[in-house]
Design a protein. Structure first.
Length: 169
């Protein structure tokens, strides 16, 4: 019998090129936590730890991961290189704050050659949150309980808009 305190195995890998990406990616992790999606997080650099990156991506499916969210700034090679080493869906998150406010990262991630897809999000916090929601949507295809939680999240967003009132003038 399983211990009730045992955490479920991670289904999403959240990786980032450096710890400086955490300020943005904490929003991704928070969204995964709110949806009760088990995840792991790690710093994996395409440039400073290429062997570790290849090992991480290459073993992800056999370790039970279903989706990888990869955040990177600057030349932003991490999402594309990760996708080259795994058959799992890879969601790329371009980081802000580089030479052209993250546009360099966005263009690097989105311009993958045919055959190595990376699902690319917007720059910064909105992209990090949407990466978590996209990973949850992928997992919800085969997880009815997660599908219900995702539906409830979307309903709460809708209700928040529908119930909003203008402030007094």
């Amino acid at each position: 019998m399983a211990d009730s305190n045992t955490k479920p195995p991670p289904r999403v890998g959240v990786i980032m090129g450096s710890l400086s990406d955490w300020e943005t990616m904490r929003h991704c992790v928070r969204q995964l936590e709110e949806l009760e999606v088990a995840f792991e997080r790690s710093v994996v650099s395409a440039h400073r730890t290429p062997d570790w990156m290849a090992d991480y991506a290459g073993s992800a499916a056999s370790r039970g991961l279903k989706v990888i969210i990869a955040a990177a700034g600057g030349s932003a090679h991490l999402p594309g290189m990760t996708a080259a080493y795994t058959r799992l869906p890879v969601i790329g998150c371009p980081m802000p704050g580089w030479s052209v406010h993250g546009m360099d990262s966005l263009l690097s991630i989105v311009n993958m050659p045919a055959g190595i897809p990376v699902n690319t999000m917007s720059i910064g916090k909105p992209g990090a949150i949407n990466a978590a929601l996209s990973a949850a949507a992928i997992l919800a295809l085969s997880d009815p309980a997660l599908a219900e939680r995702l539906d409830a999240f979307r309903a709460a967003q809708r209700d928040g808009v529908m119930q909003a009132e203008f402030p007094e003038t």
